[in-house]
Design a protein around this ligand. Structure first.
Ligand code: NFS
Ligand code: SF4
Length: 665
């Protein structure tokens, strides 16, 4: 039964149970706080409240009866556009700080200054370095690493406005690069582009909504650059994800182990915590936990660990407070982004320690143990010892771990997908995908990205939309909290393929899964990683576009953030549009107060870029719209547009080649 005070509730059975516990024990969660925020301000919802200077807040009357200009004279279009661009800039800053952190770590690995890190994927290092124009032939690994890191950091330093960032230039399909360059949308420097976005949206600066949105597109592409480098360099440092079995939902917590949740985004700390957990096994046993230490993930840190190592995922964004309510969580270790400031308050009702680790991200009431890559292993030991010593403070009577643990096959990086495809066509793995798109077995691809949002029943939009599209033979890939929703919702199993995929799609997924020795069909939803790994979706789209010698905007590819919440999601959605991808939002961004801005990000974007926003809060209708777009794109490529009677998926088996080598060729 859903609890009465938690507004929209959750489609996740564990979350639903824990919300009942929260209600019974009068513990506040995001779900109940959302209810207390009702009704939310209509001016803010429409984007018509401006707080950019101290003369404000200024409000524009949406119905035209009251004031139509702020004190400075800004109209609704200026106000909506400025705030939207600021959201994108903040999202870009978040991803790009994460990326900078990884790039600096890589630089220091190359310079032999970080003893706790190393290159775990030398092949990927070479592939990426070659793509970026770094000389690799006959050179020491550390020299390649150094140059790649320096080149990456130049994307934060270059001062030539007309020289685009290295990562985008080296990664996007040529026709898209040309289009973006012609429109002046390719950023030259991530930091400068963020700074310019803040500057042009300052009181008394850029007031032209069209020009502002162009600035927004440019900063959003800087976000993509930051995501790309964060993803690719993380693969170099920690390994490129390959298909791996894992589990999801609160049943991954163990009654007889010291349970430690890692929450946030950056893998630099969580990777080390995983590495050293085994060292402290005996200490955990001695503290009374016979099963030792159990590391579980939350949000995108969880996705990073799940993808690379099969570490179980406890939950996704909206339910991040709920693992504490099981009474069996010794510590939640957080780094950056999407971490609820309420965690210490909820933890105060239990024995759980909330440990913050980033010097720029502290929370009142948490224990702060500052992370430092130079002492990573030592700090990880210290954190785990706090958790171990906390085990004895558990109140055994309050332990309530829901017995739901969902199997999930994860790890479908672009290389992971290509390596599976290579089992059916080693010479040209993408051809297998192209053939089945062409013959209609696969109608198209949808990338589900983004968050949970308390405005929506948790996870529900993902499940409704993915089931609707998979039934119509659309291949689903997912990142971030979308991946969390699908993993918990049982959509990452072979059984889900039998249950939810249309006949054509099921045939292809079964043929590939069996050929790749994955113990059955590939799941109907492929887990591509964390939010920052939306860049993997771009890598797949680029590989397909280059193979077909078309632009991304020609592909039967759509994106959806049906529960979008964060500023990062606004940046991602915007670069997705800039790349030519029709992009659905299931929550309404604060733009409806301006017809001009709404038109710019829908109709004008479609005309100029091929990509555009589709805003629809009804998941069934949104799925229909995305399917219609896929049909439109198929028609554009001269492919069949009606779902043909699916043909059997035929592949010939042969010797595999490694995915990275195939991507390079
Ligand atoms: Ni993306 Fe990941 Fe989740 Fe949304 Fe937050 S955790 S970076 S922003 S809420 S997907
Ligand atoms: Fe008001 Fe203009 Fe200041 Fe915004 S920038 S708060 S509209 S005076």
């Amino acid at each position: 039964m859903a609890c009465a005070t938690c507004s929209n509730g959750s489609a996740d059975a564990c979350a639903t149970h824990m919300l009942d516990v929260a209600e019974a024990d009068h513990i506040e969660t995001a779900f109940s706080r959302y209810a207390k925020q009702q009704p939310q301000c209509g001016f803010g919802t429409a984007g018509l409240c401006c707080r950019i200077c101290l003369q404000g807040p200024c409000r524009i009357d949406p119905f035209g009866n009251g004031p139509q200009y702020g004190v400075c004279g800004a109209d609704r279009d200026t106000i909506v556009a400025r705030h939207l661009v600021r959201m994108m800039a903040a999202g870009t800053a978040a991803h790009s700080e994460h990326g900078r952190h990884i790039a600096l770590a890589l630089l220091h690995v190359g310079d032999h200054k970080l003893v706790d890190y190393d290159v775990h994927d030398d092949e990927k290092l070479h592939v990426v370095a070659t793509r970026m124009g770094v000389e690799t032939e006959g050179r020491e690994q550390s020299a390649i690493v150094h140059d790649l890191a320096e080149l990456t950091l130049d994307d934060y330093q270059n001062q030539d406005y007309d020289k685009p960032c290295h990562w985008l230039s080296a990664s996007l399909p040529p026709p898209r690069l040309k289009k973006l360059n012609d429109l002046g949308l390719l950023p030259h420097n991530i930091d400068a582009t963020i700074s310019q976005s803040m500057s042009r949206t300052h009181m008394g600066c850029d007031a032209d909504p069209g020009n502002l949105i162009l600035g927004g597109l440019r900063v959003a592409l800087a976000d993509l650059n930051g995501e790309m480098l964060a993803t690719e360099l993380s693969d170099v440092l920690f390994g490129t994800p390959m298909p791996v079995a894992s589990t999801a939902n609160l049943g991954v917590l163990k009654r007889n182990a010291v349970n430690v949740a890692v929450n946030g985004h950056n893998p630099l700390l969580s990777e080390i915590i995983c590495n050293v957990a085994a060292d402290l096994h005996d200490e955990a046993v001695a503290a009374g936990a016979p099963d030792g230490i159990n590391i579980v993930g939350v949000c995108c840190t969880g996705n990073e660990l799940m993808m690379r190592h099969g570490v179980p995922l406890a939950t996704n964004y909206l339910s991040q407070e709920l693992p504490i309510l099981t009474g069996a969580l010794e510590a939640m270790v957080v780094d950056v982004q999407c971490v609820m400031p309420s965690l210490p308050r909820v933890a105060a009702c239990f024995h759980t320690k909330i440990i913050t680790t980033d010097k720029q991200n502290k929370i009142t009431g948490a224990t702060h143990i500052e992370f430092d890559e130079y002492r990573a292993s030592e700090i990880a030991h210290e954190i785990l010892r706090v958790a171990i010593s906390n085990f004895k403070r558990r109140d055994q009577k309050r332990i309530d771990i829901p017995n739901i643990k969902q199997e999930a096959l994860v790890g479908f990086s672009t290389e992971g997908i290509i390596s599976a495809l290579a089992k059916v066509n080693p010479q040209d793995p993408l051809q297998a995908l192209v053939d089945n798109i062409a013959n209609g077995n696969i109608q198209g691809i949808v990338l589900f990205a983004g968050c949970n949002n308390a405005k929506i029943k948790q996870d529900e939009n993902y499940l409704v939309m993915a089931k609707s599209l998979a039934k119509r033979n659309v291949l689903v890939i997912a990142t971030g909290c979308a991946s969390g929703a699908f993993a918990k919702g049982g959509m990452m199993t072979s059984a889900a393929t039998a249950q939810y995929a249309g006949e054509g799609l099921a045939g292809v997924l079964t043929a590939i899964g069996e050929a790749a020795g994955l113990g059955g069909a590939l799941p109907p939803v492929l887990h591509m990683g964390a939010c920052v790994d939306n860049s993997r979706g771009v890598a797949l789209a680029t590989a397909l576009a280059n193979k077909l010698k078309v632009d991304i905007s020609d592909l039967p590819l759509v994106a959806s953030a049906p529960e979008a919440m964060s500023e990062k999601a606004m940046a991602i959605g915007t670069w997705s549009v800039a790349l030519g991808i029709p992009t659905h939002l299931g929550t309404v961004p604060p733009v409806v107060g301006s017809d001009t801005v709404t038109d710019l990000i829908t109709n004008a974007a479609k005309a100029q870029l091929g990509g555009y926003f589709i805003v629809d809060t009804d998941p069934k209708r949104a799925a229909d719209k995305l399917f219609a777009v896929i049909q439109e794109r198929r028609a554009g490529l001269g492919l069949s547009t009606v779902a043909l009677a699916p043909k059997p998926a035929t592949f010939q088996l042969a010797q595999p080649r490694t995915a990275s080598a195939l991507l390079a060729s």
